[in-house]
Design a protein around this ligand. Structure first.
Ligand code: URA
Length: 243
């Protein structure tokens, strides 16, 4: 039997801050099993009790999973003394303090970043053991041809201090000075895409992550916007890392 304080449940469910939900409770707008409860410390049984606010049921979520379209100019960290962090975008959420980014994108990298409070999932998605694919759209210097890079799909490449797992490059367009590609890697090492492309003689001019495992960056999300992952997206992501 898993019990939780009523005010905590409501704020975790995104109904409002702890202060706001306490007011709702005091006003008699919250019921447990159809009986109004005015005591914020009332213990709710997560498995059995039905909680409503103004007659609407509250869905209690154990964890939160958000898809964020990261803009350039923000570092992937929960706090920093000098630079703005991606977490600034989430500060209005009641469960904000528990959230953290899954893996890292460089300050100038844009695109898909998953934000969660599920430590196990975050660890596995980033860990090389699970070989979860991360796909990036990149603009690189020079004229690149996909046939040149086929062998890296089998072998990976040796960097200064590290041999990568196999990766895949697809050319979208190649025009003399610049080329557009997608590159899919299976690890989340520091600067991995930039280091691979540098080694291949095509330094990265622009980088955007477009997929993590089966989760694709939603085209409707503008830069700086986020939404919850759907149940299907969560399920597929968990399955991919054996959860
Ligand atoms: N590889 C990089 O070089 N940078 C990123 O931000 C992500 C992957």
């Amino acid at each position: 039997m898993k019990r939780i304080r009523l005010d905590r449940l409501l704020s975790n469910a995104g109904i409002g801050s702890r202060k706001e939900v306490r007011l709702l409770i005091k006003e008699g707008r919250v019921s447990v099993n159809n009986i109004p409860v005015k005591n914020s410390s009332f213990q709710v049984d997560l498995e059995k009790d039905a909680v409503c606010v103004d007659g609407e049921s509250v869905l209690f979520k154990k964890n939160h999973y958000l898809m964020f379209n990261k803009p350039s100019g923000y570092i992937t960290a929960t706090e920093d003394k000098y630079l703005p962090t991606v977490m600034e975008f989430f500060s209005s959420l009641p469960f904000y303090k528990k959230l953290f980014p899954v893996g890292r994108l460089d300050i100038d990298t844009e695109g898909l970043l998953i934000i969660t409070d599920d430590g196990t999932l975050a660890h596995r998605v980033s860990h090389p053991k699970w070989e979860l694919e991360k796909e990036y759209y990149a603009v690189v210097k020079g004229n690149i041809k996909d046939t040149d890079y086929a062998r890296y799909q089998q072998e990976g490449i040796k960097l200064k201090d590290y041999k990568t797992k196999p990766f895949k490059i697809k050319v979208i367009s190649a025009s003399g000075k610049k080329s557009e590609i997608t590159i899919t890697v299976k690890e989340g090492k520091y600067h991995i895409v930039k280091r691979i492309m540098e080694k291949l003689g095509h330094s990265v001019l622009y980088l955007k992550r477009i997929r993590v495992g089966s989760v694709k960056l939603d085209k409707n999300l503008l830069s700086g916007e986020f939404r919850e992952l759907t149940d299907k997206e969560i399920k597929q992501l968990k399955q991919a890392v054996n959860l």
